[in-house]
Ligand binder design. Sequence first.
Ligand SMILES: Nc1nc2c(c(=O)[nH]1)N(C=O)[C@@H](CNc1ccc(C(=O)N[C@@H](CCC(=O)O)C(=O)O)cc1)CN2
Ligand SMILES: Nc1ncnc2c1ncn2[C@@H]1O[C@H](COP(=O)(O)OP(=O)(O)OP(=O)(O)O)[C@@H](O)[C@H]1O
Length: 192
Amino acid sequence: MTGRFEDSTLWRRDLRRDMVARREMLGEKERARLSAAIVGWLRKRFPPPASCAFCWPIKHEPDVRAIIDEWTGRGTRAALPVVVAEATPLQFREWRAGERLQADRYGIPTPVDGDWLQPELILLPLNGFDAAGYRLGYGGGYFDRTLAALTPRPLTVGVGFEINRLDDIRPEVHDQRLDWIVTEAGAFKVAG
Ligand SMILES: Nc1nc2c(c(=O)[nH]1)N(C=O)[C@@H](CNc1ccc(C(=O)N[C@@H](CCC(=O)O)C(=O)O)cc1)CN2
Ligand SMILES: Nc1ncnc2c1ncn2[C@@H]1O[C@H](COP(=O)(O)OP(=O)(O)OP(=O)(O)O)[C@@H](O)[C@H]1O
């Protein structure tokens, strides 16, 4: 029997792929233009936090490294996520521009040393998202587990392209809502 759960799982799997394909179709120049617009909104809406986690862009995600450079220049400690093991929360390791990175199990550049820290703000790439503040990632469940585990909870800011906006990602019980969504069109505080 095909239950609702399986339907939803297959639907999400196709959706994850479609979201990446949409970004790919934008082209390099357009993605750079949209990323710059996102960085502009971040600069306008958020003062530099004491510490900030961001992601090394993969699969044509928005590239917000420019704001990280600016904020670190003003005293912010920047950190990157580290997948310590499957099905466990991410840990965050401090990273400064130029420091060595090594591909993890998914091929994502990841720091090999640096202090472990708990970021005050997390910039999360949005593979897909909806207006209710739910994020569609790549199916590892890493960010949901991480946010469920972190106290105090960091300010969560999703960064995405409007082309990846969905009406409703049909959130599941474990899905965590973000505080803000920032796209090339603006910075949106999630209601509620
Ligand atoms: N740039 C970036 N870094 C990040 C994340 C992210 O969303 N973006 N993550 C956010 O949590 C964590 C990594 N999560 C990931 C989860 C799955 C896959 C992945 O490639 N999945 C395969 C399928 C894997 C499988 O077969 O089990 C795929 O999509 O093809 C990649 C990253 C930490 N670092
Ligand atoms: N807090 C949690 N505790 C236990 N399991 C969880 C938790 N959060 C997510 N999961 C599991 O992880 C799986 C993947 O979750 P989901 O589809 O939301 O991933 P995702 O947000 O797309 O992934 P990622 O954050 O890695 O990009 C789900 O099947 C779910 O069972």
